[in-house]
Design a protein around this ligand. Structure first.
Ligand SMILES: [Zn+2]
Length: 622
């Protein structure tokens, strides 16, 4: 704003208010947006992290929605096609303000707010974060390659080796959901054929469609049908990108999104809204987190290709939002544009000279965050131009951002300090604590900020009794904030090489730029779950919540319950900015087009404002 590149935000700030907005603890999107919707703290709405832990198995589990397999169900893939109502539940408790407005005579349109799956039964809703892909996952893409490629370090991707014949023709298939009628749980699949095209690109046949793609080009949406039995088939949509040309082609296939024109599970309210909307604006991403951040993090697609995909997401969201604005038949309209968040996650390396990848960033990467904010400003300008004089506009973010330079293996710290004990002879553990001896362990970390005591009677193999649990909690709350950064020798060497690329000059610069901040505190504060989560809705609340200092964050392995070798590793991944740290370091922002009667300083206060304003405006209407 100070640089003058966000004129509409500046105008809005002048017209109403603009100030920081305190976020939830932890400052994670599903947690904060649930507070936004319900006005409740996490202890009451029950969403504490992206991941919860299953106390019976110590395994990570998605915390937002849950599928209950009932008797009367066609159990296709992890998803299940519900033949009855209510097989998929939103784990969030409480009533969102848009539903309250409806119970008091208003109408609400809510577009892609996180943690709205399955959709609330309101005037109009498109479900957001929580909607799975056709495999039942949160987004699994497929990379077809003729080159030897290591399997990706994430379950979010599938790498498939392709073998061309002499003319370059490749016959393979795209695997869909598991065949419910096959006893060996084979996947349903649809043929995929590649051939070299005269233009230099590739001719690709998938489902009923044949298209030609140039290198780097995104295809339009392609519908893929997986035949289950006779007339029963499930429909998905994908986009393709030819990542590399013949003679050694590579093809990227996006996660298989649920087809909005024939959704196998409800993704909108009313159920036909998704199809109607697709009729007006074309096919669109339906998966809850459609930005495919993992494909960029694994270097399976380029910065440019990813940003083009992101722009498609933004265009779809914009079209949905203005479709609803044009309808102009709701008293409350809520839309979440997550693209500023995703670009900041993936391109913080372009504005953080101390990030390990900064020396390798080019102009595109360095300008990406400013670009997405100017896009946000453009959309804001359009909204302001279309508002009625009596409309009230609130623009907010659920959290801010910080650099993510160092990955913290918190479970390694717990092992090194005697809280978590590995099986005899083991020095590391895979995810889900595969090598942990629970009969000797008192605490473990899982999710982005959660720490749990191995409590007797709660955890399957719990050993800690009640009075001792409080002693352990108090010790961790004291010891963790005293942890000062001291990288082992091996870690320092690792900072010099990122993915085996161009170490020479860039590496030298990187070495200089990312000198480890020896002695710096890793964790600012550890919060007591009993204090900050009074109520413990869902019973999922962590015993402790870890507030990392900016530039540190839980490693991906920590989130899934693994114990790697090192305490702290340089983050050489493109996912280079984050906000899952101490909340006071990453507040969101709030703009209003009016002067609020009561200050709105915390994200959970927005719901109360909306409810009160609706009541008041009703009372004032003669
Ligand atoms: Zn985020």
């Amino acid at each position: 704003m100070d640089a003058g590149v966000l004129p509409n935000f500046s105008k809005l700030a002048k017209q109403g208010t603009f100030h920081p907005l305190a976020t939830s603890n932890p400052p994670q999107s599903p947690v904060a947006w649930s507070s936004f919707a319900t006005g409740m703290p996490p202890g009451e709405h029950g969403i504490y992290d992206f991941l919860r832990r299953d106390a019976d198995t110590y395994s990570p589990d998605f915390s937002i929605s849950k599928t209950i397999p009932p008797e009367n169900i066609l159990n296709i893939f992890g998803l299940s096609i519900p033949l009855d109502e209510g097989q998929i539940i939103n784990r969030r408790q409480g009533v969102p303000f848009w539903s309250d407005v409806e119970s008091e005579g208003g109408r609400s349109t809510v577009i892609r707010v996180p943690v709205t799956y399955p959709p609330d039964p309101i005037h109009r809703m498109m479900a957001g974060m929580g909607v799975p892909d056709l495999l039942g996952t949160q987004g699994t893409y497929t990379l077809y390659t003729t080159r030897p490629l290591a399997a990706a370090g994430t379950s979010s991707s599938r790498v498939v080796r392709m073998r061309p014949n002499r003319s370059g023709r490749i016959e393979t298939s795209l695997e869909g959901p598991t065949d419910p009628l096959n006893e060996e749980h084979q996947a349903l699949s649809t043929p995929l054929i590649l051939e070299p095209a005269a233009s230099g690109g590739a001719k690709i046949q998938l489902g009923d469609e044949t298209i030609e793609l140039a290198v780097g080009e995104w295809s339009p949406w392609i519908r893929v049908e997986f035949d289950v039995l006779g007339p029963i088939s499930v429909s998905g949509i994908v986009r393709l990108n030819l990542v590399a040309a013949y003679p050694r082609p590579q093809l990227y296939v996006s996660p298989i999104n649920i087809d909005p024109e024939a959704p196998v599970v409800p993704i909108s309210s009313p159920a036909d809204y998704a199809a109607d909307l697709a009729g007006r604006i074309g096919l669109f991403h339906t998966i809850g987190m459609p930005e495919e951040t993992w494909s960029l993090n694994e270097n399976h697609i380029s910065d440019k290709t990813w940003l083009e995909m992101l722009k498609t997401n933004l265009d779809e969201r914009e079209a949905m939002f203005f479709d609803a604005m044009e309808k102009n038949d709701s008293e409350v309209l809520v839309g979440v544009f997550v693209q500023t968040d995703r670009v900041s996650h993936m391109f913080y390396r372009g504005i953080d000279p101390e990030h390990p990848l900064y020396p390798e960033t080019d102009e595109l990467a360095r300008g990406a965050i400013e670009w997405i904010y100017t896009e946000a400003d453009r959309i804001l300008g359009k909204v302001m131009a279309e508002m009625d004089p009596n409309d009230r506009l609130i623009v907010l973010s659920d959290h801010g951002f910080a650099p993510f330079r160092w990955s913290v293996n918190l479970n390694r710290w717990l092992v090194d300090n005697g809280y978590l004990v590995l099986n005899a002879g083991k020095t590391q553990s895979d995810i889900a604590f595969s090598n942990v001896d629970w009969s000797k362990s008192t605490a473990y970390a899982l999710g982005l900020n959660g720490l749990y005591i191995n409590r007797k009677g709660r955890e399957a193999q719990g050993i800690v009794e009640e009075p001792e649990a409080n002693v352990i909690k108090a010790r961790l709350m004291k010891e963790l904030p005293r942890w000062a950064f001291s990288p082992p020798q091996a870690t320092q060497a690792a900072t010099l090489t990122t993915e085996g690329e161009s170490e020479d000059e860039a590496g030298g610069e990187a070495e200089q730029k990312i000198a480890p901040p020896v002695g710096q505190s890793v964790i600012r504060q550890v919060f007591d779950g009993d204090v900050i989560y009074a109520g413990n809705a869902n019973g999922d609340a962590p015993d402790l919540v870890v507030g990392y200092e900016p530039s540190f964050r839980a490693s991906w392995q920590t989130t899934l319950g693994a114990v790697p070798k090192d305490l702290i590793e340089p983050n050489a991944k493109k996912w280079s900015g984050d906000h899952c740290i101490t909340p006071e370091a990453v507040p969101g922002i709030l703009f209003t087009s009016f002067k609020p009667e009561q200050p709105i300083s915390q994200i959970a206060q927005v719901a109360a404002y909306a409810r009160n304003h609706w009541k008041q405006s009703q009372a004032e209407t003669p």
